[in-house]
Design a protein around this ligand. Structure first.
Ligand SMILES: CC(C)(COP(=O)(O)OP(=O)(O)OC[C@H]1O[C@@H](n2cnc3c(N)ncnc32)[C@H](O)[C@@H]1OP(=O)(O)O)[C@@H](O)C(=O)NCCC(=O)NCCS
Length: 173
């Protein structure tokens, strides 16, 4: 099982035992307000999503990392972060997404997790450039990407904000 530690977090492959926390995440409209993915209408959809992420995490060579975000100090599950090869590679060849349970917002955890996932994208997925996408109203998410060292680039759709970072920018940061 893949795992990676940052100063305060453990990022590890999604497992069945994460069901309760990940279902809380996926079924909370406050969390998914600006998201078009990661939404569960019922428990079955969360179970199927976990099954799917475990399947993709197990592929070799690995194409994606779907990770549960755990706080090291008390093993609380804070949320999810994932990166994988992109279907729309004009912004970058790897993209990522993330969400945390609201009780954990505002403590810098998402920024810490995004920095780690950028390392995974460049070091393990061989990315040349990595991007994240968010709804233009999602100010917190845009701020996270900016704090993590990505730069805003023009988006095809005005309703989206795209932040990207190249390998050269990552290596010099
Ligand atoms: C986006 C999200 C992951 C941020 O997590 P987090 O751990 O709170 O993020 P951080 O603490 O690292 O940073 C948040 C930053 O946004 C800022 N912020 C939060 N809400 C804001 C708002 N409404 N307006 C302006 N800035 C805001 C915070 O002040 C902080 O910036 P600062 O450090 O300069 O003060 C979290 O809000 C979340 O899970 N949202 C729902 C899911 C989602 O939208 N995911 C992204 C999909 S693209």
């Amino acid at each position: 099982m893949f795992e990676m530690r940052t100063k305060r977090l453990l990022l590890r492959d999604v497992q069945h035992l994460d069901f309760l926390a990940l279902h809380q995440l996926r079924s909370n409209p406050v969390v998914t307000r600006y998201m078009t993915y990661l939404i569960s209408e019922n428990e079955q959809e969360t179970r199927e999503w976990i099954q799917g992420t475990m399947y993709h995490n197990a592929l070799s060579p690995r194409q994606s990392y779907n990770l549960t975000v755990v706080r090291q100090s008390d093993e609380a599950i804070l949320g999810w972060i994932g990166a994988g090869h992109s279907d729309t590679p004009h912004y970058g060849d790897v993209d990522f997404g993330y969400a945390l349970l609201p009780v954990y917002w505002g403590q810098g955890y998402a920024t810490e997790a995004v920095r780690a996932v950028l390392a995974i994208a460049f070091d393990r997925l061989g990315a040349q450039s990595v991007y994240g996408e968010c709804d233009a109203r999602n100010v917190a998410s845009a701020r996270v990407m900016e704090k993590a060292g990505l730069r805003r680039i023009p988006a095809v759709d005005d309703d989206d904000i795209i932040y990207a970072i190249t390998r050269a920018q990552w290596e010099s940061s």
